[in-house]
Design a protein. Structure first.
Length: 181
């Protein structure tokens, strides 16, 4: 009777049980985000990639940067440029990924480098300050399978840079995804 109880315990279910979670591919994504900072339009370029498990879950890393320094007026100095780069770990879920058109949800959690470059003399001289902050970017989109190795998607995210309300904002994106899905 005791042997039966011990054998029953061997069948414990866990999140990463053998046979439950399978590596089924990997992909990389190039993405452009259309957003705003300081009430002005902003364009960010970046991407992410990682390993795909069970054809639905991707875990990896990503990075985004402001395409060019954004001219802003800080402390009454109109010659100030905002800079932003953020990187982090990314998780993505694809609902029914074998359907031609399907839903995706994703989350980036990482850190941001926030810079301000101020022209000091109008002749190329400048001062530069940088700081860091936690970056969180959840998002959702619709994805279209073009071929077995290429997908495209569009959707929305919210870029939350902790304690930085002037650069935290909603984004709309378009992306190209290449890999083994």
């Amino acid at each position: 009777m005791m042997a039966v109880a011990v054998l029953a315990q061997d069948n414990m279910q866990t999140l990463f049980s053998p046979g439950k979670s399978q590596l089924t591919g990997a992909y990389g994504v190039a993405r452009i985000n259309f957003s705003e900072m300081h009430g002005q339009p902003a364009t960010l370029l970046g991407g992410y990639g990682g390993a795909v498990f069970n054809k639905q879950w991707m875990f990896g890393a990503g990075a985004y940067t402001l395409l060019n320094g954004m001219k802003i007026n800080i402390d009454d100095n109109p010659n100030t440029y905002q800079q932003l780069t953020y990187i982090g770990l990314v998780g993505e879920y694809s609902h029914q990924p074998n359907k031609a058109f399907h839903f995706t949800g994703h989350l980036l959690l990482g850190g941001a480098s926030i810079g301000k470059q101020i022209s000091t003399d109008g002749q190329g001289g400048y001062s530069h300050t940088t700081g860091g902050a936690l970056a969180v970017e959840p998002g959702a989109g619709m994805e279209l399978n073009i071929t077995q190795w290429f997908r495209t998607s569009a959707g929305a995210t919210y870029r939350w840079i902790i304690n930085q309300p002037d650069i935290s904002a909603a984004s709309f994106y378009v992306s190209l995804k290449f890999g083994k899905f």
